[in-house]
Design a protein around this ligand. Structure first.
Ligand SMILES: NC(=O)c1ccc[n+]([C@@H]2O[C@H](COP(=O)([O-])OP(=O)(O)OC[C@H]3O[C@@H](n4cnc5c(N)ncnc54)[C@H](OP(=O)(O)O)[C@@H]3O)[C@@H](O)[C@H]2O)c1
Length: 352
């Protein structure tokens, strides 16, 4: 048993890391404001606000065998945590992102691919979120400077599963469970990788125990968007579910956004970003990262969707009305014999 500090622990990945560390018999301290939710059972909660001056003061003087920092978009937070615990921590995990890479159109690259220029100042507001990757680069550098000999830097791809606050992956299980004609992007060959939050968390904890160091792209096996949607549809789709593929050109014309956000079809990505979902994750696999089947993640994500309320206003995806309007438009294009924008396949056969 060792002492773990999880900076966060009240939401999604950091919470799952804390839960995995507790389950593996460690003493776990979670440091957060407590606004996102409770820490897992068995972990100790210490209230800190990293936005405050000297925000980590409540933990001053404590020593940890392992520290996990998932700081999403703050260079200052990362530096302050390193200043507070870097000298004494036995192992340090910093959770970064694949957005650190400067050219996200490049497919199959590994961690040596060129990075963005670092940015050492934090965003001024939500509209400054474009700084995400650059701030992570600066944060990784800071980790390397202070605890480079003991540090694991994890660059996850799309993290999915229960507790996901981003509404992206969960859109599909929720949509497929509702059944009927579901509009999907006609991009079946798009590369796709994802990692279940529980698999990533388990690996982070096991790696901390082993003292694994280095930088890793952490995501699942190479798949295609088409196969992933099919697998989810088979796992959680209603009996009358029918996938209706619509060309990506038509979607773009209709103002449907890829990947995330309102009026989007989540997980669909333009080629300019295929490098996010097509990386060489062989080294992480060799280092013990394991993945559960997509179907299992879909089932858990659906349960979480039900817990959140399937009718809620989502941060990502199409509303029922938007989808109906797009399907109608698609049908009209077909009927008018105009340029068919719907893929030539019969949707009902898509799942077989
Ligand atoms: N989700 C993805 O697909 C994805 C992909 C690539 C990389 N990542 C990376 O994965 C990591 C995990 O992201 P996540 O979304 O799961 O979030 P998370 O880091 O697990 O959760 C955020 C934590 O920060 C705490 N927090 C927020 N404001 C705080 C403050 N002022 N002071 C102290 N604590 C504060 C929150 O707790 P309170 O609100 O209770 O304070 C919460 O526990 C991040 O590094 C992200 O960049 C995620």
């Amino acid at each position: 048993m060792s002492r773990w500090l999880v900076l966060g622990g009240t939401r999604f990945l950091s919470r799952e890391v804390a839960a995995a560390a507790v389950a593996r018999g460690h003493e776990v301290v979670c440091a957060a404001r407590g606004e996102s939710g409770p820490v897992p059972e068995g972990a100790r909660f210490v209230r800190v606000d990293r936005d405050d001056d000297d925000g980590l003061a409540p933990l001053r003087g404590e020593r940890f065998d392992a520290v996990v920092d998932t700081a999403i978009i703050s260079y200052r937070w990362v530096r302050e945590a390193l200043a507070e615990f870097g000298d004494t921590a036995g192992h340090w995990t910093f959770v970064s992102t694949m957005n650190v890479y400067s050219d996200l159109s490049r497919r199959g690259d590994g961690v040596d691919a060129p990075l963005l220029e670092p940015r050492y100042t934090d965003p001024e507001g939500p509209e400054d979120f474009g700084a995400y990757g650059s701030i992570k680069v600066a944060s990784e550098q800071a980790v390397d400077e202070v605890v480079g000999d003991r540090a694991l830097v994890v660059r996850p791809g799309l993290v999915c599963g229960p507790g996901d606050p981003y509404d992206r992956f969960g859109y599909w299980p929720a949509r497929f469970a509702r059944g009927g004609r579901a509009l999907v992007p006609d991009a079946p060959e798009q590369p796709f990788q994802m990692i279940d939050v529980r698999d990533l968390a388990e690996w982070i904890v096991v790696s901390g125990e082993r003292g694994l160091t280095g930088v890793f792209d952490a995501s699942g096996p190479a798949m295609t968007l088409g196969s992933v949607l099919e697998e989810m549809a088979s796992a959680v789709g209603a009996l009358d579910l029918e996938l209706v593929p619509v060309s990506t050109e038509s979607l773009a014309e209709a103002g449907v956004m890829p990947w995330q956000g309102p009026r989007s079809l989540p997980l669909w990505l333009p080629e300019s970003h295929h490098g996010v979902v097509d990386r060489d994750t062989g080294p992480a696999l060799k280092a013990g990262l394991r993945f559960r089947p997509v179907a299992e993640t879909a089932v858990a994500a659906l349960e979480y969707e039900y817990a959140l309320g399937i009718e809620r206003e989502r941060q990502a995806g199409l509303t029922v009305e938007e989808e109906a309007e797009l399907l109608e438009r698609t049908d009209m294009t077909r009927e008018s014999g105009g340029q068919p924008r719907v893929a030539g396949r019969e949707p009902a056969n898509d799942r077989e």
